[in-house]
Design a protein around this ligand. Structure first.
Ligand code: GLN
Length: 497
């Protein structure tokens, strides 16, 4: 196969080429590793495991020769550096964990390894996944291949940019308040965050445990389905893991809807458009692209219905109380004693804690620890944290009311296209406000996707967000897949890549 063909292979296609012996995993892995090395300037990878990847590829080829199969066997992947890996360092994008090595693999990593995927390395992200542009990484920003002056989105920015720049067909990401959907939208790739509990959080460095969820970024809904099937499922090591049988999402995605015909595969599907997701302030190009994609879904037979999620705006203060509260507790473990950074000079134990944390954490992480500690403190708990919890329940209830009149919800992923690196200055609230359309589904624990919907201003990609009811990953994937059968937005390659 020629070089351009190799890097353009998606997961499913690569799996078929490997199965037909048109290609070896060593050949594909070697080619992609060279691309990773050549695109160092995008800042996608924090660690590349060349030797480990080539070994895993050779092993996958061996398994194929001995008759083993499977759609992922020998297909390259890379992991957000929030997932711990036994054979590589894990940093969570923080100086606090510089040089840290985990003694074990995260469940998601272990499952994809068991399916035969070849891990190329670890991907850049905002420090402890706190951010929306990968600008909060302690190791420098990742860049958007559609315009290197712009952010790829975040916090899974390295994951999105690496897929967009054809370095790897699929990557893992994590989404606490939008960190898979928003970078997928900004970088023009397909991303899915499943229902809370579908993927194990074991070995996923904790940010806000009641919201954190693993997922996939890839070039198509079908490719997302293949990875999600392999990495999801019950795990006794995660107390909030959903106890459900294994799901074959790629097969479920193909089960036709009851009213479907070949030209109208989405007949009977009701897609709700929350009026709060289409405010007058929405970037015009985002609105146009999203409307265009909705028009295609209509042609495929879906009916668009107007709905309301009245507490959409409140999801911002609610999330920015709950997430920092949980973060302040989770990040208490970085004390310089057991692992990670430790200050080299200190007077006593307290001074060691203080200096270690002052040196190890970046400004955004410190800000969140302070906010979280404040909202949980005596005298303020009832006013902030408790109120936020109550509103969180109301936001989840609003979704359930909406799902009585529609099957899926659609809208933009973000109010704008990717911004320029540094453009937001030191006003963190600007970035917080831009999370408005992804936070509601996170607070409710619902599954969400970002599906490429064309390009807006300056040729930057725009994503269509789809939100489903609990455990309706298959419904999301089926809808996205139907769209991708009749449009080619998801196949667009950034110029020069
Ligand atoms: N942008 C949001 C934040 O900064 C979401 C991050 C995430 O999903 N990890 O918290």
């Amino acid at each position: 196969m020629n070089a351009a063909a190799l890097q353009d292979l998606g997961v499913a296609e690569a799996g078929r080429a490997l199965a037909d012996k048109r290609l070896s995993s060593v050949e594909l892995t070697t080619h992609l590793l060279a691309r990773v090395a050549a695109q160092h300037e995008l800042g996608c990878f924090l660690h590349v495991d060349e030797a480990g990847a080539l070994q895993a590829a050779a092993r996958a080829d061996e398994r194929r020769r001995s008759g083993e199969g499977g759609p992922l066997l020998g297909v390259p992947v890379a992991h957000k550096d929030i997932f711990v890996t036994a054979d590589e360092p894990t940093t969570a994008g923080s100086k606090m964990l510089d040089g840290y090595r985990s003694p074990f693999d995260a469940t998601v990593v272990a499952r994809l390894r068991a399916a035969g995927m070849v891990n190329l390395g670890k991907l850049n992200c905002d420090e402890f996944a706190m951010g929306s542009g990968t600008e909060n990484s302690a190791f420098g920003p990742a860049r958007n291949p559609w315009d290197r002056r712009r952010v790829p989105g975040g916090s899974s920015g390295g994951s999105a940019a690496a897929v967009a720049a054809r370095m790897v067909p699929a990557t893992t990401g994590t989404d606490t308040g939008g960190s898979i959907r928003q970078p997928a939208s900004f970088s023009g790739v397909t991303g899915i965050k499943p229902t809370y509990g579908v993927c194990s959080r074991y070995g996923m460095i904790a940010f806000a445990s009641s919201l954190d969820q693993a997922g996939v970024l890839a070039r198509s809904a079908e490719d997302c389905a293949l990875l999600l099937a392999a990495m999801s499922g019950f795990d006794p090591r995660d107390a909030t893991s959903a106890d459900r049988p294994p799901q074959d999402y790629a097969a479920q995605m193909r089960v036709p809807r009851p009213d479907a015909s070949s030209s109208r595969p989405l007949a009977g599907l009701r897609i709700g458009l929350p009026r709060e997701f289409f405010p007058a302030t929405l970037d015009g190009d985002v609105a146009t692209a999203v409307r265009g994609a909705l028009g295609e879904l209509e042609k495929l037979g879906a009916a668009l219905v107007d709905v309301s999620l009245p507490r959409t705006e409140l999801s911002i203060p609610v999330y920015y109380i709950i997430a920092p509260a949980e973060a302040s507790s989770n990040l208490g473990r970085y004390d310089g004693v057991r692992y990670g950074h430790r200050a080299s000079r200190f007077d006593d134990l307290l001074d060691m804690y203080r200096k270690t944390r002052a040196e190890g954490f970046g400004p955004e992480v410190k800000r969140r620890i302070m906010i979280g500690t404040y909202v949980l403190s005596h005298g303020y708990y009832d006013a902030y944290y408790l109120q936020a919890q109550k509103l969180r329940r109301m936001i989840a209830d609003d979704f359930q009311a909406t799902f009585r009149v529609c099957d899926l919800i659609a809208g933009p992923v973000a109010p704008s296209v990717a911004w320029r690196i540094g453009e937001q200055g030191d006003d963190p609230v600007k970035a917080y406000l831009a999370d408005i359309f992804t936070l509601p589904a996170s607070l409710a624990g619902l599954p969400g996707m970002s599906v490429p919907a064309g390009h807006g201003q300056h040729g930057m990609p725009v994503g269509l967000q789809l939100i489903g009811n609990y455990f309706d990953e298959a419904g999301l994937l089926r809808t996205a897949h139907a769209l991708q059968q009749v449009t080619d937005w998801h196949l667009a390659v950034p110029p020069g890549y």
